[in-house]
Design a protein around this ligand. Structure first.
Ligand code: LLP
Length: 412
């Protein structure tokens, strides 16, 4: 939890200024407790219904974060061979891994089969044929779900909505039954589930329930056609409250609604939450370098930039910005920008920020998901450090990159 104690922002038992001063800025800080609480909220809400929570690794793939979840028995949703490698390095159980994504390569499919993952979430018939071929060469059987596109509007930012007919994801749910029937002729494949994921940062989960109903109806049809289906993978997508004043759907409420639909069907439910497990558990710490006034605006220039947190630039996303030390100084309406040479390099626009004077430390909140994971070396900026807080202790779980790291693997 991120709360003020005597005007100093803390993450659980640790003063964040201590981390900023010692690990340097910019730096991401994650609360182990908050990650575990969110995972356990999902797990507990399912109760005795057979289920696997497959954390969506793309949201935050730091090894220490994955290891925390792996130790809880969490499963993982991966979208690349690199993510599978990370999961295994972190001690994750490959038999609790599902592999999503529209463009799996031969090398990735081989790696996943060797590792013994739970299922491929397939997104096209071409991919089914490729997995069948590779499994045949390897003398193994691949288990699959088709990812269906239920044509449900997730009502979120267009870049992170995935369940409409004109999106690249999944196959049209109306054609799915025929695809499963054709797949019966593949000797090295076995149908195991149906999967779906309609988008991310969904604040009204009724669309997710509508998609779940469509998936469950499809499963009934498939079963009546004699196709064995043992699980429904209902994807991720539950949103979080980015603005302090906003509210987000509760994990227990959403899962209670899913349970009602799945109970008595002899199905294992899988879900693939990312943001709702790690999003609120992380902040990005940054230091103010300069302030400057143009005729139209007041700018606060900080040491973090769009390459460290691209969400404001890419999705017009809002991250609350708060001072690490609260003072009586009046808040000013400013643009918070970074050192990158792009007009699009902003972390907040026309935002009332307190205490943003040169040298001051600020925290961008709700940055645990799709923060570091989407960071880059643009402008040859070394990627920032990541820190994990456990109770009243903390440690660096990814060192700040050095200049030598920047050119690693390059040659003249
Ligand atoms: N499963 C699949 C197949 C996905 O594509 C995603 C996210 C998830 C699960 C996890 O969704 P979540 O529970 O985190 O909403 N970079 C964007 C979000 C992209 C989401 C991509 N897919 C952002 O920063 O908002």
């Amino acid at each position: 939890m991120f709360d003020y104690v005597h005007d100093n922002l803390h993450c659980d038992g640790v003063n964040l200024a201590e981390i900023a001063n010692s690990a340097g800025t910019p730096c991401y800080v994650y609360s182990a407790q908050q990650i575990l609480d969110a995972y356990r909220a999902y797990d507990a809400a399912f109760g005795d219904l057979p289920h696997t929570v497959c954390y969506a690794v793309k949201a935050n793939s730091n090894l220490a974060v994955l290891a925390l979840l792996a130790r809880e028995g969490c499963g993982f949703d991966i979208v690349s061979g690199g993510e599978l490698f990370r999961v295994m390095q972190a001690g994750g159980d490959p038999s609790r891994v599902v592999f999503s994504g529209v463009g799996k390569t031969r090398g990735e499919i081989e790696f996943a089969l060797q590792s013994g993952i739970r299922a491929f979430n397939c997104e096209s018939e071409g991919e089914l044929a490729e997995i069948d071929r590779i499994a045949g060469e390897m003398g193994t059987i691949a288990k699959f779900s088709m990812r269906v596109n239920p044509d449900v509007d997730a009502v979120t930012h267009p870049y992170i909505s995935t369940g409409l007919r004109d999106h690249k994801f999944g196959i049209d749910i109306a054609t799915a039954s025929a695809v499963y029937k054709r797949a019966l002729s593949f000797k090295n494949l076995r149908a195991s589930g149906v999967s779906c994921h309609i988008g991310s940062q969904i604040l009204d989960y009724s669309s997710m329930l509508e998609a779940a109903d469509k998936v469950l109806a499809l499963i009934e049809t498939l079963r009546s056609d004699g196709i064995q289906i043992d699980h429904a993978d209902l994807g991720g997508g539950l949103g979080i409250a980015y603005k302090g004043a906003d509210s987000a759907p509760g994990i227990p409420d959403y899962i209670a609604n899913l349970r009602k639909r799945v109970e008595g069907r002899n199905l294992t439910v899988m879900i693939e939450p990312g943001r709702s497990i790690v999003g609120q558990a992380g902040v990005l710490l940054t230091r103010v370098l300069y302030t400057k006034r143009s005729p139209a605006k007041e700018f606060v220039i900080v040491d973090a930039a769009m390459n460290d947190l691209i969400r404001p630039t890419l999705y017009q996303a809002h991250h609350d910005i708060v001072p690490l030390t609260r003072t009586d100084a009046a808040a000013a309406v400013v643009d918070v920008v970074g050192p990158v040479c792009e007009t699009g390099d902003f972390l907040a626009r026309d935002r009332s920020v307190e205490g943003a004077t040169p040298g001051a430390l600020l925290a961008l909140k709700s940055a645990g998901a799709y923060g570091f994971a989407q960071s880059s070396n643009y402008n040859s900026r070394p990627r920032v450090a990541e820190v994990l807080v456990e109770g009243s202790s903390w440690r660096v779980v990814r060192a700040r990159e050095t200049y030598a790291d920047l050119i690693q693997g390059e040659s003249i």
